[in-house]
Ligand binder design. Structure first.
Ligand SMILES: Cc1ncc(COP(=O)(O)O)c(C=O)c1O
Length: 426
């Protein structure tokens, strides 16, 4: 058995995985077209490219009303404000997500209340969400994480029971479907990010699917400096300029043409990955919920059992990197973010609401387990390389497992290398 690359052995994969985003002459032609038109900006809203993208995205994802804007954080803030949620209201968000899911409610004046996740999907647990509901709770933001979807049946039932607004954070879920319905079209709003790493991107961008025309008019007004967008000019909001430029919309119009073939390939390769990974001892492939009818793959997340595998995810990811496999151990658990802790944060909001921001005292065991010990995120580029790319990723993981499960000294040495690397970064 060859030595691990991190300890001086041969790399499993020498060839680089392909970079993201991809582009071709169509992108250059689209941007050139906008430059030559002289209509570069997002005003008047919606411009020609923006309008075209809204129509195309709704055709792909479903839903009747959509607003294109700057990013996938503002989308959630705008959704909350369009639904009249703000100062002092509580909004449930999962503990395992990018911090934008929690900072968007804060920007709208609301309080994010962090709830635990379901170990099968790493998405918000509806049971944990129900336990966190108070008389101030007004909204839920489930996040469809990586390649999973939150249990939308349970979340919508909870929302109906308690009269809550649901904003699906679909930053990772372009093209995903639940019982044949597009992610983002089940709740009152669906929020998408088109930032550089996302599977449909213009570098920056955000899309908000709105369940009603009225929400869409309000959202469009909020992003267009408060100008009314309804035909009678009656819906006036306190807005700001959150529009995207026509250059970005033009890039999105090309990205969406490429999307179906890319999504199909990712789905096929992920099914192949599911099979191959389940053979590696100590690996838990996240089970596929049959109601999640179409999966999309921002990242492919799986779990390790540290005892059986021989190491925790930080060590495994460091070793995978050196084998030539792009991966990540995922987000920190929200309850551990300094940002939200009154005694650590420099933000005014946590210190004004110390009763809410006691995240370090919270008991969120599933998020803790995923974020601190067991989740591994494979990069999407692995799928774009086809079976060869997947085979190398699985072979590297199996090689690491075979070494680490029998050699505790190797784990200690890798931890030392990680600590050395981290201290050299500071
Ligand atoms: C789960 C999640 N929500 C929201 C966002 C925010 O999107 P943006 O970067 O477009 O603001 C991101 C990513 O960046 C994300 O991963």
């Amino acid at each position: 058995m060859s030595e691990l690359a991190i300890l001086g052995g041969q790399k499993t994969r020498e060839a680089e995985y392909p970079v993201w985003p991809v582009y071709d002459e169509r992108d250059i032609a689209a941007v050139t077209r906008v430059i030559q038109s002289g209509q570069w900006g997002g005003y008047p809203y919606p411009g020609k490219e923006t309008k075209r993208f809204i129509d195309e995205f709704l055709k792909l994802q479903g839903g009747n009303f959509g607003v294109l804007m700057m990013n996938g954080t503002i989308t959630m803030e705008v959704a909350l404000r369009a639904a009249g949620i703000g100062w002092g209201d509580e909004v449930l968000v999962p503990a395992y997500t990018f911090q934008a899911t929690a900072t968007a409610p804060m920007a709208a004046g609301a309080i994010p209340v962090i709830v635990d996740v379901d170990p099968n999907t790493y998405c918000m647990s509806a049971t944990a969400a129900e336990a966190a509901i108070t008389d101030k709770t007004r909204a839920i933001i489930p996040v469809h994480l990586g390649a999973q979807m939150a249990d939308m049946d349970a979340i919508m039932a909870l929302a109906d029971k308690h009269n809550l607004i649901v904003i699906e954070d679909c930053a990772h879920a372009h093209g995903a479907k639940w019982r044949g319905r597009g992610a983002g079209t089940i709740g009152h709003f669906g929020s998408f990010s088109m930032q550089s790493s996302k599977i449909m991107t213009a570098g920056e961008g955000g899309f908000l699917i709105c369940q009603t025309q009225e929400y869409a008019y309000k959202a469009a007004s909020i992003i267009d400096c408060g100008r009314p967008q309804d035909p009678d000019g009656e819906i006036v909001t306190m807005g700001a300029n959150y529009r995207v430029s026509e250059l970005q919309a033009a890039l999105l119009n090309v990205a969406i043409e490429r999307f179906p073939a890319q999504a199909k390939q990712r789905e096929e390769m992920a099914a192949y990955m599911d099979e191959a990974l389940s053979e590696v001892p100590g690996v838990r492939v996240l089970p596929r919920d049959e109601r999640h009818t179409t999966r999309s793959f921002y990242r492919y997340i799986f779990a390790v059992n540290p005892e059986e595998f021989g190491a925790e995810h930080e060590v495994i990811c460091a070793a995978l990197h050196m084998e030539g496999i792009p991966c990540w151990e995922g987000y920190e658990a929200m309850q551990n973010y300094e940002l939200f802790q009154p005694h650590l944060s420099k933000l005014a909001v946590p210190s004004a609401f110390p009763e809410y921001f006691k995240f370090d005292e919270m008991n969120l065991p599933e998020a803790e387990r995923a974020c601190e010990h067991e989740a591994v995120w494979f990069d999407e580029s692995i799928f774009r390389t086809g079976k060869d790319g997947v085979d190398d990723a699985v072979a590297a993981l199996a090689k690491i497992q075979a070494h680490l499960s029998t050699d505790a000294g190797a784990v200690t040495e890798i931890k030392r290398l990680i600590a050395e690397h981290n201290s050299s970064q500071h």
